[in-house]
Design a protein around this ligand. Structure first.
Ligand code: AR6
Length: 180
């Protein structure tokens, strides 16, 4: 499903983010930036060595990527020109400022995308896999952060939420409808 917020289309779909046709995809990475399982593993496998090489260069310059922050690399062999890597919070019963950290992932990613004049971007459901963030709460934060952002920043024309499982797809669809 799709919705329009000012001049931005917000889209919820089910699929594999490595197949995205948009200009930029987001990676649910970890602070090491050196790859891992889940969507991170899939992006590095599909995008090839160029992405990891750039992650290593960034690490050598600035060290780890703190939770909630974001860095940008090439998309390598992906259709997407860029990958923005953000480190989501590990769910710890909500006792570790997880909501604020997750919100920062979305806002810092979009701010970096604006800096690179990126017009279209695909997000995975950050932290809801290996990091065990409750899906409903994570979706609430993702949608609210992105919708608030695009209300005041018109550069990004399309934002996709690429859900990998049916639960997330349903949750995102219900919440997006409720926001309209
Ligand atoms: N396309 C779209 N979404 C996907 C894909 C895919 N190809 N594969 C998985 N997902 P996760 P996290 C979904 O575990 O919870 C890694 O090891 C998945 O179903 O990838 O943020 C990193 O290196 C879930 O909804 O990331 C970190 O160490 C969502 O993507 C750690 O996992 C996020 O699940 C990050 O954990």
């Amino acid at each position: 499903m799709e919705a329009r917020i000012n001049s931005t289309i917000i889209e919820v779909l089910k699929g594999d983010i490595t197949q995205s046709q948009l200009e930029c995809i987001v990676n649910a990475a970890n602070t090491s930036l050196l790859g891992g399982g889940g969507v991170d593993g899939a992006i590095h496998r599909a995008g090839g060595k160029e992405i990891l090489d750039e992650c290593i260069r960034i690490r050598n310059k600035q060290g780890n990527c703190p939770v909630g922050e974001a860095v940008i690399t090439t998309g390598g062999k992906l259709k997407a020109k860029f990958v923005i890597h953000t480190a989501g919070p590990v769910w710890n019963n909500g006792e570790n400022n997880e909501p604020e950290k997750l919100r920062n992932c979305y806002i810092n990613t979009l701010s970096l995308a604006m800096l690179y004049e990126i017009r279209s971007i695909s997000f995975p459901n950050i932290s809801t896999g290996i990091y065990r963030y409750p899906k409903d709460q994570a979706a609430e934060i993702a949608l609210k952060s992105v919708l608030d952002f695009v209300k005041t920043n018109s550069g990004i024309k399309r934002v996709q939420f690429v859900c990998f499982d049916e639960d997330n797809e349903r949750i995102y669809q219900e919440k997006l409808k409720a926001y309209l």
